[in-house]
Design a protein around this ligand. Sequence first.
Ligand SMILES: Cc1ncc(COP(=O)(O)O)c(C=O)c1O
Length: 392
Amino acid sequence: MNPFDEIIIRENTNSVKYDLRQLYFGKKEVIPMWVADMDFATPDFIQEAVKKRALHPVYGYSIKPKSYFDSIITWMGKRHKWEVKRKHIAYSPGVVPGLVLALMAFTQAGDKIVVQSPVYFPFFNSVLDNDRQLLVNKLLEKDNYYTIDFADLEKKLKDPKTTVLLISNPHNPVGRVWKQWELEKMLNLCKKYNVLLFSDEIHSDLIFPEFKHTVVANINEDAKNRCITFMAPSKTFNMAGLSTSFLVIQDAEKRKIYEKTLEAYHLGMGNIFGNVALEAAYNNGQAWLNYLMDYLQQNVDLVDCFLKKNLPQITFTKPEATYLLWLNCKSLHLTDKKLQEFFIEKANLGLNSGSIFGLGGSGYMRMNIACPSSTLKTALNQLQEAINEINL
Ligand SMILES: Cc1ncc(COP(=O)(O)O)c(C=O)c1O
């Protein structure tokens, strides 16, 4: 049996995805296809490393050893052809916390931060909850394929109050792996208007074979100094519950500023299990990740074939990265509220409503397909039955 086919019971493990269904959807039976974690086992080499550390009876304060940094450096070198030095790596207890810390470190209250919607919705709150202003550079969409509206982006970067462009690279939820020229163009505009570029690259290891991730900070000398890169093994290896991630900041002055903020909030310690898990992931993860991507590709193809054959009303472009599908449901002609109700009540499925991803998200649903294909088939059949019912 393919290990990714195994159904793992996650109920009653305090899982957000499973155990908050009643609260979020008002119904605990929905097949959960929302929160971006996977229903697959975290790889055994990570489990073993955590268990080994857990067997030592003292869980006191701990440091990050040289081997921790080496594992990141080697992974970045091999996987992304990016030369990272130990001194460039700064800790954060999660990518979103890292984003918030960087916003506190590099911007002032009232500054304007540009995001590209529809986008991972905590970007909005990271900005607004911290008294910064949001400028939305809506992505362009044609036939379910998304590109950047550079003319609008320039207008927003030109605003003297704009200090940061925050991108999702690759992009959640639209699934684009930004091409090098797109990133270069964004960088050049940031340079022109003296804006920092925050690049959230948490999904950068989950790239489908025909595509290539470009670390934006690795493009040229200016990028090195202008970019703050946010990375983590959490999405790749299904270990988000360990709250372990890091930033790469190549500019020494900026690194000092970030570290000062991290220390000011006393958040630099991390946790012993996250540290060993990260190291195990990056030292051993290459082959496992290849199997994972094969499986995810099969799941994407499964949805693609199923929808084309049975539900042509729902369309999408196969993602270039991530296990999140951005389903265009506009031809069902339902309001966002009704669409969400339809998925919950009629199809018994728990997806994220596209509307929470901001401007451009209306009429879409985000479906997480990182689950055994048998679960995915059940979900698709439920959706078909529900749609057949409304078409009667
Ligand atoms: C683009 C993006 N950034 C950050 C996160 C979450 O990161 P963390 O849990 O480390 O805060 C996610 C999770 O879905 C994401 O999609």
